[in-house]
Design a protein around this ligand. Structure first.
Ligand code: GCW
Length: 677
């Protein structure tokens, strides 16, 4: 086995004992349809089986022990499963079933769509990898979201905005003629976790991506990805008609602009008949958009949607908009988008970051979720750890993703969680989607940190089924990626599951946010101030430390951001006694002597939180040191050295933040925590 992490979770360790005996009962892979996707599915099965059991099962004869794969139209499948059984399938869903016919046993893997067969095959292999397969399987799985999409913030010069795993995988200069083997490997990894869509380029998009030369490169990638069920989407710059087409403007109500987009879209579909659509960041952080011409987000999105409509394409229009103004940044997206509710076409979906500010270690959910009643909404998560220690810190993000998905918005009384609002359970949208900013780059291990692979994995698994628990996902991932030895599994799982809270503790506990160093967002800089710069990019804007206390007053007597939440949340967040303590400083400016629930003052509580974070990382180091015997040397050492960096950084965060805030609190650090130096 490669020890460099390049194989991700797709490791097929030789089976032993009972498992091996079970593995040996599978005898051949049978399919009666022909396609590139089916070839990938059967190829994966046979090469996996070779590694798992040493046995060649590539023969295609139908016999006892055959694995029969095919779409629901396949003759074999029709002879083994009834039409009624197949009716349970939707979209890319699959059935894996052990079927007895005569005195033969078969394992059937089927789906209405070809790509669903791939998902079924990978699911089946996952069962084998995690010790949970048998000859008595009866599984029906349908995905919760139709579009499960990665957003790459990859620039055309191969740098990646907020990317910490090397340069972009896309070698634009070599495309379309030379195809890196990693394009296949990337598509295969996504297929293994059900991801079926990808935006190749940065949302801070350059018009150049829509030139003929680049579209030919995009087509080459789309051709590689297609058999893996992975559809290509592009981020587009709203000014493209003007910048690229030489038009006098890019006004969405200008017929010449409409025509330009219609032609461009037509050209794209000529090259890529299954092209997915556009992702747009408009009128945000200096990017152009419809407001430049006095038009609305709906005008802009609808123009693109109309161009894409005849081909089945969609527009993912981002709600990440804010400007320097007197209005609290956390309120702006809601203020801008709620008046437009109901005005978007049915192939537009509004892509909303999980929180109202920007991927902070902890934010409340964005109040836009549930507030747009007649507009389709999707979540944007960030897998790349822009605000979570880059690829140096071990932070398992599934608990954070689930915190958002499981949040009750109370949009219609109790119950409408963000998962239910976005997956079509409560609102019957045509499009359902979920997205995340990728953490993937050219690094051999794909993600920079071996444990960061778990976050790519977790996003895919949750996009498929958001009901999975973070623990289940960690469990699968550890078994597949490292070992299923309990003495390794259990402690490592505990470390993963607590790691996000640990990071919140040593970076920004109690609802603190955005006190990062300006620009790169790696370390702490709560004191940061750039004279003349935008206030909403300065840490003091968010922490508001002064001699009376700490935190952003978003109550009714402050910015009143609380009013954007449905009752009872607005009242809960507004009331310092009811506000969840982990969001206290998000919603309140709290006196230094305010008593927290455990009786400590705010100042002391803050000190202990930072200290807990540091202690936890040190505990992770000790825990990992004990794991040497279960892991290959290379990954063991690389993780060990990353944990060393994380521990150093945690101390840095604690010392920097406490020393700085102490200049306002003027209180001593409690005697039993490590003194800041
Ligand atoms: O938080 C900001 C990031 C930018 C990013 C932006 C966005 C792609 O710091 O790098 O730009 O969010 O999401 O558009």
């Amino acid at each position: 086995f490669a020890e460099d992490g390049s194989r991700l979770w797709l490791r097929y360790k030789p089976l032993t004992g009972m498992q091996k005996e079970k593995g040996n009962t599978f005898s051949s892979i049978v399919k009666d349809e022909r396609s590139a996707t089916l070839d990938i599915a059967s190829g994966e099965l046979s090469s996996a089986w070779k590694e798992l059991t040493g046995k060649d099962i590539s023969s295609a004869t139908l016999q006892d022990g055959s694995i029969v794969i095919g779409t629901t139209k396949s003759k074999n499948i029709r002879s083994l499963l009834t039409g009624k059984e197949l009716k349970d399938l939707t979209d890319d869903g699959f059935i894996i079933r052990s079927v007895k016919k005569g005195n033969r046993n078969y394992t059937v893997i089927t789906s209405a769509e070809e790509r669903g067969i791939l998902y079924g095959v990978f699911h089946f292999l996952r069962l084998v990898q995690t010790d949970s397969f048998s000859d008595n399987l009866n599984i029906v799985e349908n995905p919760k979201y139709k579009v499960r999409i990665l957003n790459h913030w990859d620039n055309l010069d191969r740098t990646i905005e907020r990317g910490y795993a090397g340069y972009s995988l896309w070698k634009w200069d070599e495309l379309p003629n030379t195809l890196s083997p990693r394009y296949d490997a990337y598509a295969r990894a996504n297929a293994s976790i059900g991801i079926n869509a990808t935006v190749l380029n940065n949302v801070n998009a350059t018009p150049e991506i829509l030139t003929g030369a680049y579209l030919a490169k995009v087509k080459a990638l789309a051709d590689v990805f297609r058999p893996y069920g992975l559809k290509v989407y592009l981020a587009v710059n709203f000014s493209s008609p003007k910048e690229l087409g030489g038009l006098s403007d890019s006004d969405p109500l200008n017929p010449a602009v409409n025509k330009w987009w219609n032609n461009k879209v037509k050209d794209i579909y000529k090259l890529i008949p299954d092209f997915g659509g556009f992702l747009v960041k408009a009128n945000s952080e200096g990017l152009p958009g419809p407001q430049d011409y006095g038009r609305t987000h709906a005008d802009g999105a609808n123009m693109l949607a109309d161009a894409l409509k005849p081909y089945g394409g969609i527009v993912m229009w981002r709600a990440f908009v804010y400007n320097p103004s007197n209005e609290d940044r956390a309120k702006q997206a809601y203020s801008e988008f709620t008046p437009l509710d109901g005005q978007f076409r049915d192939n537009v979906i509004i892509q909303i970051k999980n929180g109202p500010v920007d991927f902070q270690p902890r934010e409340p959910f964005s109040p836009l979720f549930g507030a747009l009643r007649d507009t389709q909404e999707m979540v944007e998560f960030q897998i790349t750890q822009e605000y979570l220690g880059f690829s140096n810190h071990l932070v398992y993000l599934s608990p954070m993703f689930k915190e958002t998905l499981d949040s009750d918005t109370y949009s219609d009384g109790e119950g409408p969680t963000i998962a239910k609002i976005t997956d079509g359970t409560l609102r019957s949208g045509k499009v359902t989607a979920i997205s995340a900013v990728a953490n993937i780059g050219e690094d051999t291990n794909w993600c920079g940190h071996h444990f960061a692979q778990a976050n790519w994995y977790a996003f895919g698994r949750l996009a498929w089924n958001h009901r999975l628990t973070s623990e289940q996902i960690a469990d699968e991932w550890i078994k597949m990626t490292f070992s299923n030895n309990k003495d390794f599994m259990n402690p490592v799982k505990d470390m993963m599951l607590s790691s996000r809270e640990t990071t919140v503790d040593y970076m920004m506990p109690l609802g603190l946010h955005h006190i990062f160093a300006f620009g790169h967002h790696y370390g702490p800089e709560p004191w940061g101030d750039v004279p003349g710069a935008r206030p909403d990019w300065m840490p003091w804007y968010y922490h508001n430390a002064d001699s009376t206390g700490l935190g952003f007053d978003r109550t009714m007597s402050g910015s009143n951001a609380v009013s954007q939440y449905f009752p009872p949340l607005n009242n809960i967040y507004n009331d310092i006694a009811l506000c969840p303590e982990n969001l206290l400083l998000w919603f309140h400016h709290v006196p230094w002597d305010y008593r927290l629930k455990d009786g400590k003052t705010l100042w002391d509580g803050l000190c202990y939180k930072y200290d807990t974070g540091v202690r936890q990382v040190r505990a992770y180091q000790k825990l990992w040191d004990r794991m040497e015997e279960y892991v290959d040397g290379q990954r063991f050492r690389e993780i060990q050295s990353k944990l060393r960096v994380q521990a150093r950084d945690a101390v840095w965060w604690k010392d920097a933040c406490l020393l700085y805030f102490q200049t306002f609190s003027k209180r001593p650090v409690p005697y039993d925590i490590e003194r800041p130096v």
